[in-house]
Write a new protein. Structure first.
Length: 152
């Protein structure tokens, strides 16, 4: 079953989180609109892992001329949430309880592609946690993040 031309809520009750995200990565369903707003895409998805790529540009600037911290936070949050999402059983859901971001260096327009990679650390019946890194084409870490999610 794919999510294409199917009631999304019904499909969510019948598909695992990994199946849902695989359908999105394959283009069977559109990506969430935040991805086009911030120019990032889901590049890799597997059980307990998600990889996103983004291209920060001048439209993502803050008042001091670097890429707004919200760009890194949103990219990391997306990777973190999707890595947890891959471990959901049909009908199981989650929500973010907390999101922690550590900014290690400034991003600049024209720096090229950044990659956010997240892996689940723990998934239990009620709580899931994940860690992520945001790495530039230069191999440097620009930010790290972790999340705790409530599973229901």
């Amino acid at each position: 079953m794919t999510l294409q031309n199917v009631d999304l809520e019904k499909a969510r009750q019948q598909m695992t989180g990994l199946q849902q995200l695989q359908a999105m990565a394959a283009g069977a369903v559109p990506a969430p609109s935040i991805a086009s707003t911030l120019d990032f895409t889901l590049k890799e998805i597997s059980y307990g892992k998600a990889v996103f790529e983004g291209k920060p540009s001048s439209k993502h600037l803050n008042p001091i001329g670097s890429i707004h911290g919200g760009y890194a936070a949103t990219l990391l949050d997306s990777a973190l949430g999707c890595s947890v999402h891959t471990m959901m059983e049909p009908g199981e859901n989650y929500t973010t309880v907390d999101l922690n971001i550590k900014y290690l260096r400034a991003m600049k327009p024209g720096m090229g592609i950044v990659t956010a990679t997240s892996e689940v650390v723990h998934k239990g019946r009620k709580i899931a946690t994940a860690d992520a890194k945001l790495i530039g084409e230069d191999g440097k870490i620009y930010a790290t993040g972790n999340t705790t999610c409530a599973v229901f």
